[in-house]
Ligand binder design. Sequence first.
Ligand code: ZN
Length: 500
Amino acid sequence: MDLKKSVAEFKALQKTMMAYNHASGLLYYDSVTGAPGGITDALGDTLGTLEAELHRLYVNDRTAALLDELWESRDALDAQTRRETEESKKDYDKIRKIPVEEMVAYSVLQNKSQAVWHEAKKTNDFALFLPYLEKMLETMKRFAGYYDGAKAPYDVWLNEFEEGFSTEYLDGFFAAVRGGLAPLLRRVLDKGDVIDDRFLFQRFPVEQQRRLSDYLMDLMTIDRAHCGLAETEHPFTINFSKYDVRITTHYYEDAVASSMYSVIHESGHALYELHVADELYGSCLSGGVSMGVHESQSRFWENIIGRSPEFVGCIFPKLQELFPQELKGVTAERFYRAVNKAAPSLIRTEADELTYPLHIMVRYEIEKKLFSGEVKPAELPEVWNAMYREYLGVTVPDDTHGVLQDSHWSGGQIGYFPSYAVGSAYSAQILRAMQKDLDVFGLAGRGELAPIVGWLTERIYRFGCMKKPVDLIRDCCGAAFDPRFYVDYLTEKYTKIYDL
Ligand code: ZN
């Protein structure tokens, strides 16, 4: 056995897989950013062929033997190749555990289930979606058994979405967050409707909003030669390597803050990808390490920097230049308060920074009960509505604005939501660590964001998937993850805004 040759073969395989993913990703991106509607079937054909080809290339006896061989020789490998092997082997072992016909059936179910969910959401018809949700949950329970039969199925999935997570761990996390935030929210609400944000919902010409996006991306030091911006129904980031990242936004003429903060959020995801170390390019380690860490970056930029008084003060002259009529008589201070207004609401993606984690807690509690069997899928609307009343004090008018609002469950992403809340919590702790080295808000106030990007690159971005999330956060912050920082951050921020 020639280890050098095997390593070269392994690296070539990773590079080929990256190329396939790049190609199919771009086709998908094209299809949601303005491709003519009639191409759907032909595109489906092409994507299916590419996927089958990729599967054939990857899942075969040769790859299995190669990964086993490299794993056995792991002590002789350099750190990066060892980590590539570890990650690939983990992935591969999972693929091997699921019978091929079940994998194919799952893929069919997933496609169908997502399409039906779309329709069900549009027509407020939970009953239409119910049989698919039931099958999806059943499949996920079964797959969890394949992955790790010794663990409770929900714990298996939590760990899949963010390595190291379990219900035991998250119960503690959410208890700490809820314990800190529930009384804070009550004090905020007791103040009444003291923030007038109506000026944000006038008519803001889309052409000017586009210019604002360019301005914000420049300010955040985004290299536009390697990062595109397009318009889609829902904003997202798609990344192929550090040399090709695409973000999207959605412009609402009557809600200027929506796209503004989407662009900052997605640019946060993009910065992470754009600053992965050169040497990881072409390997399976070349992207952000986990959903939770990725959200910590997007939310750091969107909320901690983007919704700070210093940053708003810095960009306000530009806002006034772009929207002289709309912002006539508005001050930076008023704008800052308006984009931080806290109010319980129905829709997670539109929630403010303070009530957002409550939306996640509702989903987490429901997912636990779904997996344990305590709640049947058919009972979901009733359970959902009751929990929204309990946690947020709002009455859900229909399932479209309730249990059907998110796409995640239709695509089999049950166990995914907690990483949004944990990402926010990571970002608060990262801020505290950063403030030991940098005058973070002084820099934000002057629009000098490069040192902040540099700090994050040094401690987070460049590592790609080299470190596990838990190690990455601990090394970055100099201490293990602790939700206390998140509660403290929100308490401090909202005490000031609402003069509590
Ligand atoms: Zn995000």
